[in-house]
Design a protein around this ligand. Structure first.
Ligand SMILES: Cc1cc2nc3c(=O)[nH]c(=O)nc-3n(C[C@H](O)[C@H](O)[C@H](O)COP(=O)(O)O)c2cc1C
Length: 189
């Protein structure tokens, strides 16, 4: 039990740009994805889906990312286009979590979006428990319509997160955390 709590209280993101291999094994990735699906979800809508990028798929999709970047930035130079084409190469495994908003008359959009956020967090925790690093990032591409189209997203869908998984050469140092007593109040009559 203490071990689980220690893990919960010690999770840290690793920086995607500093990640090294190995990434999650197929088994570890399945656990990460299953943990992602194990979230509260009002109305049992499962209002999210996952797109996994590994191996060459990262550079194949990198072409779509670079094209989208060029469309949005017609003056982009070769160096930045190369960077964009290699964006997903920063980690061994990249998972895009798509928040699929459906049937908002029954379940408010906000609650469906929150469920997708919980998916991302569960995935980070499942990676951490297995000795891996993860980072949940958005960057420009999460908001880009051409990228959405390449991912076959519907108009109302959003990217909840782009999650990078791998290892760090050095354990990540702790960072400042919010002041517990500022964030937590107990209601008193
Ligand atoms: C929805 C969301 C989007 C984020 N997008 C970015 C991003 O684009 N770039 C970035 O450096 N960090 C981003 N972060 C922050 C990192 O995921 C991470 O929380 C941060 O580096 C602090 O590390 P920690 O998780 O160890 O506290 C985002 C976090 C969330 C929840």
């Amino acid at each position: 039990m203490n071990e689980v709590i220690d893990l919960l209280l010690s999770r840290r993101s690793g920086r995607a740009r500093d990640m090294v291999g190995p990434g999650p094994t197929a088994e570890q990735l399945e656990i990460i994805l299953k943990a992602g699906m194990r979230v509260p979800d009002h109305g049992k809508k499962a209002p999210w889906r996952f797109v996994v990028f590994e191996g060459e798929a990262r550079s194949t999709f990198g072409k779509a990312i670079a094209d989208a970047f060029q469309q949005a930035n017609p003056d982009a130079g070769e160096e930045s286009l190369r960077f964009e084409a290699n964006r997903f190469m920063r980690a061994e495994t990249v998972v895009v979590v798509i928040s699929e908003i459906r049937d908002t008359a029954k379940v408010p959009e906000w609650e469906q979006v929150l469920s997708a956020g919980a998916v991302c967090q569960n995935m980070l925790l499942a990676a951490h428990v297995q000795g891996l690093y993860g980072q949940w990032i958005s960057e420009w591409l999460a908001y880009d319509k051409s990228v959405h189209k390449a991912l076959r997203m519907e108009e109302q869908d959003r990217i909840a997160g782009v999650l990078y998984f791998g290892q760090m050469e050095q354990p990540q140092a702790e960072r400042d955390r919010p002041d517990f007593d500022v964030k937590v109040t107990h209601w008193e009559i």
